[in-house]
Design a protein around this ligand. Structure first.
Ligand code: ASP
Length: 335
């Protein structure tokens, strides 16, 4: 029987009702007591790493989870990480960069309703997560609502219902039906994982609104080493507000600019409209294509934790990690 480590970090799944609303209080041991049937799937050890509402998670916690995985990697066949749903997609993306090529499953899960509630998705999600962790599905994934979603492709798309997560611009890796994992896609993996332990957290994100002020852009660039600009549609910058000049200025100062889209599905393509064209032809501007914003943010933190060389940043940004970007490589080589 496979040996799986359950790492608890908090979230609704571990929450109890308090005077001030739901708060994570249950330990991983208490979670397992709710589902005795898991002993029929695998052998399990419990580790309580954090007990947080995931709203309070920071990149330092991502590093802590990655370090925990590294410390225990050799002793287990797979890992289940229980986590709040609100920022689970960010953590899944971050772990995809911090623990690359893992041949063992690293499965994040959580729930929209606490495990102690009569109507809850906690038990099915946790059971499915163990089934996946005890399978041969390599790499980082989220198991939720009977779906297996690649860690770099998940996004929280429903705030209340059980189908909390979607897989963006990429198919599900598998589904769970009546306790059986049906695998559609098996990620490639290495023989050994590659662990990283550094992130540069000076990465900002600006969502444009019609008529946004250039000062917002300047403010964010000044405070960060990289700025992700979530523009409209397939991508572009408003022409009237001096936005383009701001980007040029900050590129010269050594900052990194990434253009992405606010639209959830199908990604960016700066070549389509004249509002994007200028950027496409500006050396130093990167484009997110089909990546999720969560992955762009985590990838930039990972890249800037290793290098400040513009060519190397560009190379690493467009190099697929855990199938985070599928745009044809030739579209990414020159601009
Ligand atoms: N606020 C909770 C959290 O992210 C929501 C959840 O877990 O569903 O920790």
């Amino acid at each position: 029987m496979k040996k799986i480590l359950l790492i608890g970090t908090g979230g609704t799944i571990a929450s109890e009702v308090t005077e001030n609303g739901l708060a994570p209080e249950l330990t991983t041991k208490q979670l397992l007591e709710h589902i005795p049937a898991i002993s029929g799937i695998c052998r399990t050890d419990c580790l309580q790493l954090l007990n947080l509402d995931s709203t309070n998670m920071t990149p330092l916690h991502w590093l802590q989870i990655a370090e925990c995985l590294r410390d225990h990697y050799a002793d287990y066949d797979g890992f289940v990480v229980t986590h709040g749903t609100d920022t689970m997609a960010y953590t899944a993306a971050a772990l995809s960069y911090l623990v690359q090529d893992s041949p063992k499953p690293i499965v994040l899960t959580g729930a929209q309703k606490p495990i102690g509630f009569d109507s809850t998705d906690s038990k099915i999600n946790l059971t499915d997560a163990f089934r996946t962790a005890a399978s041969d599905m390599p790499g980082v994934s989220i198991v939720f609502n009977s779906k297996v979603i690649l860690g770099t492709r998940a996004q929280k798309t429903h705030s209340k219902s059980f189908q909390a997560f979607s897989s963006i611009n990429y198919p599900y890796l598998g589904v769970l039906r009546d306790g059986v994992l049906l695998t559609y896609i098996r990620q490639e993996s290495g023989r050994e994982p590659v662990f990283y332990d550094t992130l540069n957290t000076r990465v900002g994100l600006l969502k444009l609104t019609p008529g946004s002020d250039r000062e917002l852009l300047d403010f964010q660039f000044a405070r960060n080493d990289a700025l992700i600009i979530e523009s409209f549609g397939v991508g572009g910058l408003p022409e009237a507000n001096g936005f383009y000049e701001s980007v040029l200025h900050w590129l010269e100062e050594g900052k990194v600019a990434v253009l992405t889209t606010q639209v959830q599905n199908e990604g960016s393509d700066l070549t389509v409209y004249h509002v994007g064209h200028r950027l496409k032809n500006t050396r130093g501007v990167l484009e997110a294509f089909d990546m999720t914003t969560e992955s762009v943010l985590a990838k930039l933190m990972w890249i800037l934790g290793q290098t400040r060389d513009p060519e190397e940043i560009r190379r690493l940004f467009y190099k697929p990690v855990a199938r985070d970007i599928l745009w044809p490589a030739e579209a990414c080589t020159e601009n």
